[in-house]
Design a protein around this ligand. Structure first.
Ligand code: AMP
Ligand code: MN
Ligand code: MN
Ligand code: MN
Length: 273
């Protein structure tokens, strides 16, 4: 059984609308999926009344948070999207996202480019506005050659568009997920560029706050990294999740279900629901 529990739709920064996304994921042979958009569960509203038998759809969300001055992502899986506490949390994150967009736009304008907020809002449309929308705009106006360059020059860690101070802190975000009956999973641990010591400190705080899962298999990731994360999962007694972090068919390096099975000796997160 292929479990792809980290996937984005056009409700955040993915390119496929929820209905097409579910079809696309089915075509890739995935058995169980979760749409985990950034700080929104709108995809599930758009899918209401259109539920598929396969893949099985597990409600989820990817929440942004700040830990020790860094942006960290926590995936909530098997959540009740109608839970009031979770809904209030997600509404607060949406407000933070809008505020952050204004801040990012102001900062980019100070680098000499024309104030981008109106154009970026138009690009995002009804989607939760994110840095990828800024990246697309920067490419459109010729300020960056491609999306990667836009992140490297303007939006990535330490650059003007890297604003992560507005998010709720990690214990709060985890408490919303738990209030919604879900499991809090640390997203893509290898992507933060942390030393082993830092990552252990993060996992300690994450566990102490009630986090109980970790993405051991995450998209395109080398085997040594998977083994390193698997060892951390065992040490901290965390359930293991797998996901592609799929955003778009154009990103040929990720596809739904395009990852190896979980290493042996780990408790799959799906045993907990
Ligand atoms: P945000 O949630 O608005 O902070 O945007 C984060 C998203 O930007 C991630 O989920 C990725 O989809 C995308 N992203 C982050 N870094 C890069 C990068 N270097 N190149 C392209 N996209 C990126
Ligand atoms: Mn994204
Ligand atoms: Mn993420
Ligand atoms: Mn993601």
């Amino acid at each position: 059984m292929i479990h792809d529990l980290h996937i984005h739709s056009s409700a955040s920064d993915g390119s496929l609308d929820p209905v097409r996304l579910v079809e696309h994921v089915r075509e890739h042979g995935v058995d169980v999926m979760s749409i985990t958009d950034h700080d929104t569960v709108d995809a599930y509203r758009q899918l209401e009344g259109k539920l598929s038998i396969r893949p099985v759809l597990v409600p989820g969300v990817e929440l942004s948070t700040t830990w020790m001055g860094r942006g960290i992502h926590i995936v909530g899986l098997n959540i009740d999207i109608d839970n009031q506490v979770l809904q209030r949390g997600i509404a607060a994150q949406a407000e933070s996202r809008n505020q952050r967009a204004r801040l990012i736009a102001d900062r980019l304008a100070r680098t000499g480019i024309a104030h981008p907020l109106t154009a970026v809002r138009a690009l995002a449309g009804d989607s939760a506005i994110g840095r990828p929308h800024f990246a697309r705009h920067l490419v459109d106006i010729g300020a960056a050659r491609n999306l990667r360059a836009a992140f490297r020059k303007y939006l990535g860690a330490g650059k003007p568009g890297d604003v992560h101070t507005l998010w709720a802190d990690m214990p709060e975000v985890i408490s919303w997920i738990k209030a919604g009956g879900g499991i809090a999973v640390l997203a893509h641990p290898a992507k933060y560029g942390m030393t082993g010591v830092k990552l252990r400190a993060l996992l300690q705080d994450f566990s102490d706050a009630g986090g109980s899962g970790i993405e051991v298999v995450c998209g395109r990731q080398d085997d040594a990294t998977t083994r390193r994360i698997a060892a951390l999962a065992r040490d901290f007694e965390l359930a293991a999740s797998s996901g592609s972090d799929f955003h778009s068919p154009e990103q040929h390096w990720t596809r739904p279900g395009g990852f190896p099975p979980l290493p042996d000796g780990l408790e799959p997160v799906w045993n907990r629901w």
